[in-house]
Design a protein around this ligand. Sequence first.
Ligand SMILES: [Zn+2]
Length: 241
Amino acid sequence: MLRYSAHLPLSGIGDTGQQRIRASSVALIGVGGLGCAIAQYLVASGIGALTLCDFDTVAESNLARQVLYRPADLGRLKTEAASATLESLNPDTRLQSVNRRMTSADMLTLFPDCDLVIDASDNYGTRLAVNRACLALKTPWIMASCIRMEGQIMMLRPDEASQACYRCVYGSAPDTLEDCPGAGIFAPVAGVIGASAAHFALTHLAGLTQAAGLHLFDAANWQWRSIGIRKAAACRDCGQA
Ligand SMILES: [Zn+2]
């Protein structure tokens, strides 16, 4: 436990919280800029098991922000390259991979084994599918996204009936998230949002409560803003549950 000794004096974490982190299993959807930052903190901090879900391969344009990959990894599956780096970071975490685009059926098979799901994908469709699967299974999840110099993060608790779901917040909004290479992403912004998602994840797994709401980060003006979220009575995904 010497590795985790800096966590032990922390109020709310301590030995009990660290043991909960060690006993936990997380699914991570997307191992891009956000996913790399999230995974390295989860694994370095000693989570028990992590399943990496990504169908993509490593491209040169990924290397500025996807910090688990090396030039020698170009063309390799991201899940394979990330697993190799993460294993060298902490061999105590059990790593698994899903190397295809996640379907709803994949999610309903994988998520029951997980204490927490983190969506770090780059599209609205995947997040809606994660939302529906997590609602069906009552699995807590974290939504994280970033583009240009902006980021968003939100903890969702379908295990608590009164809580809003992702669709309550976004309604029938079209998929307006642009492709990162086209719109651009400033590398450290992915790190800030990724580290924030890891913070939400590890504190949740340790048994602490997270700040509610949707948290918006504006890196250009270095401002965080939090918006309260409310369950929508007519929500298509959770309204009739
Ligand atoms: Zn809803």
